[in-house]
Design a protein around this ligand. Structure first.
Ligand code: DUC
Ligand code: ZN
Ligand code: ZN
Length: 459
């Protein structure tokens, strides 16, 4: 039995902040109150925030995509997570073409288990709507994989047609699973890309012009229509929502009793599309792309109204060499691997640009970075700092400023898309199941000490 007592911290719950001591035993929060000094280790957290460890709902570690494998494997990627106060990630199992999803699950566990330093749960991408693929849904749910991502973009790779989307959603819903949807009209993206390339428009900003807002809005409308035809038992979760119109579409369905929810990324709340015109514009290419200033403030507004439920980073890291396809020149926009880093900066971006600028409250930050995520994916021991829950904590000195550089971050790349930004809200200490795993810039835990967390069918 090991115990830790954290004295005098401001414990951030989803419905308020309390200044009390926290006693942790065997990895769990045991007591909150005015407590003595009786523990194996006593820490003073006067003036510090105790934030529930962030659950990053959306990461791609060791992800084979666009002929590259992402630079963050499960070791580097989960180190980055801990450095940002993220104690659990939810990664996407990505079966290769024709691979059975159950085999891919085993492969993902074999890759992740020996390397992870944070805890992790899994979603699974379904590349097909055929019987063979759909028969894996139930066995995966039995293994704790309760959410399945379907794509409406990336033709010949991941895109499912409307009939396959219908069949897959129906099967997932039969067992109470969550359908995660990448909502972009892939066929029109391909048409637009062709036209732009014909006109010799190859610079990174054309990534945005090839995937305008309407491409996402149409897909959000279409998937909501398809899902509503299946029934109100469908749990639809739109990942990386980049337009406020898509949030509004889902809200309208929610008002009619549908369980439709939106995730967004802090990156969409930080940059608009003009960043693609900057010197390193290619590094920012991700899909959906960054949007207009109007969209960006619309997303903040929806968060303030509790209409955006979950924050995931879509952490999908490529080195500069990979982004440039191992050449000296920046390739045409459609050849740059899609993805940006994000897990380590969820908390500081939301704290600095959201809470400190009064766009969202601390309660809302806590709700969308941990509580809602744990509820959505049935991670029962996570997402709260009340007695009985895992003691997963980001301890933040709210006054401390950091100048972001890739050197202070933990991803396996030599740049940061937030270089030079001054942010508050990085953790001083990260605690995972009662153990200090990150302190003052140093990761303290070894590969393989993170645990697989099973999702359970909930709400
Ligand atoms: N978008 C990205 O930017 N990267 C990975 C896959 C995706 O949908
Ligand atoms: Zn996606
Ligand atoms: Zn993604």
């Amino acid at each position: 039995m090991s115990s830790l007592l954290i004295k005098n911290g401001k414990i951030c719950l989803s419905d308020g902040m309390i200044e009390k001591d926290m006693y942790i035993e065997d990895g769990k929060v045991k007591k909150i109150g005015i407590l003595g000094n009786d523990a194996d280790e006593v820490m003073d957290a006067k003036g510090k925030l105790l934030i529930p460890g962030v659950i990053d709902s959306h990461t791609h570690m060791e992800f084979p995509f666009m002929s590259e494998v992402t630079a963050d494997d499960f070791y580097h990627g989960t180190r980055a997570a801990l450095g940002g106060g993220v104690t659990t990630i939810v990664d996407f199992i990505t079966p290769s073409k024709n691979e059975n999803p159950m085999d891919a699950y085993k492969r993902w566990r074999n890759k992740a288990d020996p390397k992870v330093v944070s805890d992790y749960a899994l979603h699974c991408i379904l590349r097909n709507g055929d019987r063979n693929t759909l028969d894996s849904v139930k066995p995966l749910i039995d293994e704790g994989v309760i959410s399945f991502k379907l794509f409406m973009a990336y033709k010949n790779e991941l895109l499912l047609d409307d009939e396959s989307l219908y069949d897959a959603i129906k099967e997932i819903s039969k067992y109470g699973g969550v359908t995660a949807i990448h909502a972009e009209n892939g066929a029109i993206v391909d048409k637009k890309t062709e036209e732009l390339l014909k006109e010799n428009k190859t610079e990174p900003v054309n990534h945005y012009y090839s995937r305008p807002e309407i491409v996402e809005i149409e897909a959000a409308n279409r998937i909501a229509t398809i899902a509503s035809m299946i029934g109100k038992n469908v749990k639809m979760y739109m990942v990386h929502t980049s337009t406020f119109e898509a949030v509004d579409i889902f809200r309208k369905y929610r008002e009619r009793g549908y369980k439709f929810f939106n995730e967004t990324t802090p990156n969409y709340l930080t940059y608009d599309y003009t960043i693609f015109e900057s010197k390193y514009g290619y590094r920012y290419i991700m899909s959906p792309p960054f949007r207009t200033e109007d969209e960006l403030s619309g997303l903040w507004g929806r968060m303030a109204n509790n209409e955006l439920s979950i924050m995931g980073s879509d952490h999908c890291v490529y080195s500069d060499e990979q982004k440039k396809r191992h050449s000296d020149k920046v390739p045409p926009f459609n050849e740059v691997p899609n993805g940006t880093p994000g897990t380590e900066t969820i908390l500081p971006l939301l704290y600095t640009n959201g809470v400190l600028k009064n766009k969202i409250t601390m309660d809302q930050l806590v709700t969308i970075t941990s509580k809602n995520t744990a509820d959505m994916f049935g991670l029962k021991s996570k997402g709260n700092l009340l007695p009985g829950y895992d003691a997963d904590i980001a301890i933040v000195d709210p006054k401390k400023e950091f100048k972001v550089s890739y050197e202070m971050l933990h991803s396996n790349i030599k740049y940061s898309i937030f270089d030079g930004m001054i942010l508050k809200g990085f953790p001083e200490t990260t605690i995972l199941r009662g153990r200090k795993v990150f302190e003052n810039g140093n990761i303290l835990s070894d590969a393989g000490t993170g645990k697989y967390v099973r999702g359970t069918i909930g709400y």
